[in-house]
Each structure stands twice: as C-alpha cells, then as structure tokens.
Design a binder for this molecule. Structure first.
Ligand SMILES: [Zn+2]
Length: 342
C-alpha cells in the first residue's frame, strides 16, 4: 500500500499540479547551466528544460509548470532578447508541458509526438477545471522531424512505449547534446507510466536507439537529474535490464509482488549508489517492474493453461478409447484360410 500511495503522489505530481495551480507568478528557484556551445539546461521545479540560443532565436524543450513559467521566461530573457520560436514537448506530463499556454501566448509554436496531444486532450476532457486550449501542441509528428535552426540540424525522434506512449528525444547534431525527456532519469530509478503506455522494455529500447546516434562525447540532458554522458546512459540500460531479469526470475519462482518489493539483493548495487533517493523508491520501482513482468507473462500463462486443459482432454479421450476396446467383445474373426478360393 505504501508504494501505491507513493505512486499516486508521483502521478499527481506529474500530471495535475500544473493545472491545479492558481498562484501564477510565484518565485521559483531556477538554474541555467551551460551544456555545450549555445545549448543550456534550465533547472527549476519540474523536468529539465533544454534551450538553444542563436541568431535564429531560441529553441526550447519542455516548459515545466504553469506557475513557474514567468520566472523561466525572465531567465531566458536575461540571456537573449530573441523570441522562443519553437518548443518541443518530450511527453505530456504536467511537469514538462504546464507552461505551454503561456509560451504559446508569446508566439512560440509547440511541437510534440501525436500521442502527447491526444493525452493532453483526454486530460482536458476529464478535468473539471478549464484548461486552456493553447496548452495543446499545434504541430504533431508520428516518428521524427528535423529542424534546421541556429546553424545546426536538430533531430527529434519518437521512442515507442518508453516512459509514456508519446516520448520524444531531441538531438542537437552539431552541438552534440541529447535531451532524453523522462526516458532517462540520471542515476535514479525512473518512473514508468504504465497507465499511459510506458514500459521498461520500451525505455531500454529507446535508450539503445539513442546510443545509435550519439557518441562518447555527447552531453545528455535527462528528464530529471544532472547532465549525463554516454556511459551514464549505458549504466541505466544495464540497471533496467538487470533488475527486470532478476524480478523475472523471482516471478517464475512464484514470489509475490509484496515479497519481491521487500527484497534487498535485487537492487543492492544500485541502492548503494543512491538510485532510490529520487522520486521513486527502490520498493516502488520493484513493484513497477513486477507488474510489467506479470503483464508480459500473462499471454504465455493463459496459453499454458489452455494447453494444459487440452492435454488433459486428449489423455482422457485416449483412456476412454482404450477402455472401450477392452470392454467390447471381440468380433469373430474371419480368418482367411489357405484353402479359400478367391
Ligand atoms: Zn514524466
């Protein structure tokens, strides 16, 4: 129950805070960090923001919460008086899209993978509070798109069913900076939003896809945490794969979710390195992985059960046939004698 309530808190944190705030203009603590060339990371209350400053203007990735956006806009203005022309949402969560309406108001064009817009629209329909229509991205893509801006190609690509079902990563090809969105929590257990299409396997595949385009010198802006490297990304892939395998083994050995969540040996090497000190505790993470393993095994188990019943039926039938043969009196056999004439 503890982890369920924790997950609910994270859920609320991720999705609704930006839309329930009324105290816009509240001062938040922000930090603008140079990543490489003219690419910066802005840290504040929500997910890490990526920024490219240059002669064409400003290119932005994510915009945190509605109540922090004024502060963020001020920070950007201090660095450049050019307009923020384009903004990419890495996924729909409120700590990455909450500032959309305020950005749109200044003329910024918002882009996202198509599922991000769909999810935001769904939320708007469900919410009792009126959410401005301007929060929606105005241009969507299914797989990828490229910007040619501030002297370099900026490649935006979708990774399937990773943190959510609408994740996009953004790669600045010349500056060699990658923004991963929440598919990568640097050095922490990630939140995988299974309710909205996220899977651990998708995270691993998405990060592997990213490794194909980046190199050992790439600087990586994670969704949450500090700037990372190629090696940090590899470490995360290893962590996810290893934990999944260990949970899988325990699942096969009939351990329950509660038992697995309490185990210390599965994650010890990561717990010792502070992976459980972020939004997601070790226990919450193990529960998430366990649910995914159980889900992955579901079809296999349903088929195994069907096959077991089919085998039983066959064996019974075989037994019945055998029984009938022994019960029935043998018909008189017409033995063909050697003297018979054909
Ligand atoms: Zn998120």
């Amino acid at each position: 129950m503890f982890s369920r309530s924790l997950l609910s808190i994270v859920f609320l944190f991720c999705f609704f805070t930006s839309f329930s705030q009324t105290d816009t203009g509240k001062k938040i603590n922000t930090k603008l960090i140079k990543v490489n060339n003219d690419i910066y990371m802005l840290q504040g209350k929500g997910g890490n923001i990526g920024l490219s400053f240059g002669s064409n203007g400003i290119f932005m990735i994510d915009d945190q919460y509605a109540d922090g956006i004024e502060q963020i806009q001020e920070d950007i203005k201090k660095k450049s008086d050019k307009p923020v022309r384009f903004l990419v949402n890495t996924h729909f969560h409120g700590d990455h899209t909450g500032g959309n309406a305020a950005m749109a108001e200044t003329g910024t064009v918002i882009f996202s993978q198509e599922n991000v817009r769909n999810r935001l629209q769904e939320m708007m329909q469900k919410e009792t509070k009126k959410i401005p229509l301007e929060n929606l991205p105005v241009i969507t893509f299914s797989e990828d798109l490229s910007f040619y801006f501030n002297g370099e190609k900026i490649y935006v690509f979708h990774v399937h069913n990773a943190h959510t079902d609408g994740d996009a990563m953004v790669y600045f090809t010349d500056s060699n900076v990658l923004h991963t969105g929440d598919v990568f929590f640097n050095g922490k257990y990630p939140f995988i939003d299974a309710e909205n299409g996220g899977t651990l396997k998708g995270c691993v595949e998405g990060l592997e896809k990213a490794l194909l385009i980046i190199n050992e010198d790439t600087k990586i802006i994670p969704g949450h945490g500090e700037v990372g490297t190629y090696k940090d990304l590899q470490k995360t892939i290893d962590m996810l794969s290893i934990v999944y395998k260990r949970v899988f083994t325990n699942y096969i050995n009939k351990k329950t979710e509660d038992e697995v969540a309490k185990m210390t040996d599965i994650t010890k090497q990561y717990d010792d390195n502070g992976y459980g000190s972020g939004f997601i505790s070790k226990e919450a993470f193990l529960r998430m992985v366990y649910k995914e393993v159980a889900n992955d095994r579901k079809d296999i188990e349903i088929n195994a059960e069907k096959n077991r019943k089919a085998r039983e039926k066959m064996e019974k039938m075989k037994e019945q046939i055998k029984q009938q043969k022994t019960d029935q009196p043998k018909p008189a056999q017409n033995v063909k004698g050697s003297n018979d004439i054909d």
